[in-house]
Every structure is written in structure tokens, then in C-alpha cells.
Design a protein around this ligand. Structure first.
Ligand SMILES: [Mn+2]
Length: 290
């Protein structure tokens, strides 16, 4: 039986908000209760440079160098027959994990991306220059060669979004033009099984990487994230119970080879309410996969 093993990724260079790099440290005791801890990536970086050229991309060398360290660790975990569970960090975390899964399984990997944001800007379209809004384009290979990592690229047909609510025009245009399957945050409640079955019936690969951004949960139920979506026009994410149901269905129905959980910001979790919910999520992962 495969074993879930935790890789801590205290990554902060993909997002300007302080705090997500401390998630692993805050969650360590809970994580140890449920899982074997494989390692923690050393994300310390001497003299990181924010802008290296005249583009608006921030911290490209630290992000890519640290991502390559995570890539090696995730690849090694897959080689030893385990299921790496990467605890970020901002969502640039998934650059290393997805590219490692793609290389290890020679491209035979579907990504299920549970997030309110599309995270699919490329180096030309990003308005903020924050790399946590670009990881999927990096894995697909639609950024310039400074972002090269791994050999196998993610095919758009093997990408699925669950929980989308917040994206820029360039992102949704690319998603629509590439026929990327996507479900908006407001479509999910009550349709969890239907959605999971639709993805299951259209899957082209043997393996699935699940990338779970905690900001896919609405602000009322889970506020301690780097970039919450809360505006007049959206419910701003799934209810916690809906997210749990989706997670449970995904983990029980797909051949999940690797998982990320990202963007938890413990500095904003002043009453520890979100940490209790993370504990419930860990329990679901444990019960579904081990
Ligand atoms: Mn994200």
C-alpha cells in the first residue's frame, strides 16, 4: 500500500503577502499525527532580487531554483513508491510538484486544480508579476525559457479547474480557447458527484495530481489565506462542507499520485479556526488514501 509522505515547502517568493511560508511550521504537529514527514525544502535564499530585468516578474531566480529543489524531492518520493503531499507555501509550490509528477510518469498525469483563481497567466500577461499567478502556464510551457523546468509539459486537455471565480480576461480566454474543463465556485454545491463523474469520464491519463488551494473555500468558512476572494458579485468560493465533499470524492475516485495544499496563511489565523479545518482536511486525506 502506498504511503502518503509530507514534504514541507515554506515558499514565499511567489506572492508578496507575508505568512504562507510559515504554514508548514504551524501545521507540523497536526501533520505528524497523520503522516510520515519526508523532508522540508530549504527555501532560504541569500540576497533575493525582486526585479532582474525590465519585466514585472518578481523573484524569478529564487522561485525557479527552489522549485527545482522541490522537483527532486517529489520525484524521489514517487520513485520510492509513495504519495508526496506537499504543504506550501504559496501556489508557486506546484511548479516543482506538477513538473516532477509529469516527468516521473512521462506526461501521463491529469491535474485537478481546486482554486478560486486560475493561476494561468504567462510572463507576458501577468498584471502583478507574482509567480503564484502563473504556475500552470509554467507547467504547460507557455512561459519563456527562464521558466523551464522538467521535460514533460502539462497538456491543457489534462487540466481541470474546480471552484473558479476570479480571473483576468487573458486567463479565461486561454481556458476557453483551449477547451480546459472548468467548474465555477457557484456550480459545485449539490453537484459534487456529477462534476467528479464528468471529469472521471473524460480523463486521458492514468495518474492524477491534485492541487488544492485553500482559498477555494469561501472567506466566511476559511479566511486565513494569502489572497481571499470576497466581492459583491461572487459567493467567493465553496462552503467548507462542499470543499470537503469534493476532496473526498476526488481522493476516492481518482488514482491520485501527488497532492499539494497551499496558500494557508497562519499569521491571519488569529483564532485558530482555520487550523482546525485544516485538521479535518488532513483526516480526509489520511482516510481516503491510506
Ligand atoms: Mn492558487
Amino acid at each position: 500500500m502506498k504511503k502518503v509522505e509530507v514534504i514541507g515547502m515554506p515558499m514565499k517568493y511567489g506572492c508578496p503577502v507575508e505568512g504562507a511560508d510559515k504554514a508548514y511550521e504551524y501545521l507540523k504537529d497536526s501533520l505528524k499525527k497523520y503522516f510520515f514527514i519526508k523532508s522540508v525544502i530549504d527555501t532560504k535564499y541569500d540576497n533575493p532580487v525582486m526585479y532582474e530585468d525590465d519585466s514585472n516578474i518578481k523573484f524569478i531566480t529564487p522561485v525557479m531554483n527552489i522549485s527545482k529543489k522541490l522537483y527532486k524531492e517529489v520525484y524521489n518520493s514517487l520513485e520510492t513508491g509513495n504519495i508526496p503531499f506537499i504543504v506550501g507555501g504559496d501556489h508557486s509550490t506546484c511548479i516543482g510538484s506538477i513538473s516532477a509528477a509529469l516527468d516521473y510518469y512521462k506526461g501521463d498525469v491529469t491535474v485537478i486544480y481546486v482554486d478560486q483563481h486560475a493561476d494561468i497567466h504567462n510572463d507576458k500577461t501577468t498584471p502583478s508579476g507574482n509567480i503564484h499567478g502563473m504556475p500552470l502556464s509554467i507547467c504547460i510551457g507557455r512561459c519563456d525559457k527562464r521558466f523551464d523546468i522538467g521535460k514533460y509539459k502539462l497538456k491543457p486537455e489534462n487540466l481541470n479547474f474546480i471552484g473558479l471565480s476570479n480571473y483576468e480576461k487573458e486567463e479565461i480566454d486561454y481556458i476557453n480557447d483551449s477547451n480546459i474543463r472548468h467548474y465555477k465556485d457557484c456550480e459545485i454545491e449539490g453537484n459534487e458527484e456529477k462534476i467528479v463523474n464528468e471529469i472521471l469520464n473524460n480523463i486521458h491519463t492514468k495518474y492524477v495530481h491534485m492541487s488544492f488551494d485553500l482559498d477555494s473555500i469561501c472567506d466566511d468558512d476559511f479566511h486565513a489565506v494569502n489572497v481571499s476572494v470576497d466581492n459583491l458579485y461572487h459567493n467567493g468560493g465553496m462552503k467548507f462542507n462542499t470543499a470537503k465533499k469534493i476532496l473526498e470524492l476526488l481522493l476516492n475516485n481518482f488514482n491520485v499520485c501527488s497532492i499539494d495544499m497551499v496558500e494557508y496563511n497562519p499569521l491571519l489565523d488569529t483564532d485558530f479556526k482555520c487550523r482546525e479545518k485544516v485538521d479535518e482536511i488532513l483526516n480526509i486525506i489520511k482516510n481516503s488514501l491510506e
